[in-house]
Design a protein around this ligand. Structure first.
Ligand SMILES: [Zn+2]
Length: 229
């Protein structure tokens, strides 16, 4: 059985990608909430980024996940849509500017193997939420794993000191288990490190650029929140 509290790998200094395209769009209407649901980084916003933290929302919709940002309870940089949403297979949602610290890990949390056990993880990390109920009836789609890997490769290409890719569960094992046992961490790691099978050729990506900007994601009839921090 996969154990989310063990989910971690480190990015090698060799093999950093230099041409990763990310199909992302701001979540509709999110901008007014940036300042109230994130913090100014205490480290350099490029050189200070050391880790990417992988989460799952424990909810059934992107809109439910974003509600925690509107409520100023928590936040994350990207959101990966679920299978029943029109953006699935097309794009990921950008929610908080990468230059700001999103609120996805509690300030007191740390792990000895993640940047020397430093706390205040939000200030030196980026957070990705994958929409998934974490119920046995809701597997992650192959695309969700691929899209999450693509975001990490994008970050790897962009942030020269990025090293750690880690689950929320590893950083906060007493309270969190996300992204959960159903998230195929081995395949995810392979996609990040090898880059095979998910770097969309530019021409193809342009031709499939989808989904009208500003179109709101359908609500799945739930008011679930995100899992964090
Ligand atoms: Zn989480």
């Amino acid at each position: 059985m996969a154990a989310p509290r063990t989910y971690q790998f480190n990015l090698p200094t060799a093999g950093r990608p230099d041409d990763v395209m990310l199909e992302e769009t701001w979540y509709p209407g999110i901008r007014p909430y940036w300042e109230g649901a994130s913090s100014r980084r205490i480290y350099d916003p490029i050189l200070g980024v050391r880790a990417v933290v992988i989460h799952a929302t424990a909810g059934a919709s992107s809109d439910g996940a974003v509600s925690v940002i509107r409520d100023r309870k928590a936040s994350f940089h990207w959101l990966v849509p679920d299978e029943n949403e029109p953006q699935h297979g097309q794009l990921v949602w950008a929610c908080i500017p990468e230059a700001r610290a999103a609120w996805h890990v509690r300030n007191t949390c740390s792990h000895a193997d993640v940047w020397g056990g430093a706390t205040k993880v939000n200030h030196w990390s980026l957070g990705i939420e994958v929409v998934n109920t974490q119920q046995a009836s809701d597997p992650f789609s192959a695309w969700q794993v691929e899209a999450t890997a693509r975001i990490v490769r994008y970050c790897w290409a962009k942030y020269p000191n990025l090293k750690h890719v880690v689950s929320h569960a590893r950083l906060d094992p007493s309270r969190r288990s996300d992204p959960g046992t159903a998230f195929d961490w081995d395949r995810f790691r392979q996609l990040v490190l090898a880059g095979n099978g998910h770097d969309v050729p530019r021409a193809l990506a342009a031709s499939t650029r989808a989904t009208p900007r500003g179109k709101r994601a359908k609500k799945a009839g739930t008011s679930d929140g995100g899992c964090c921090p």
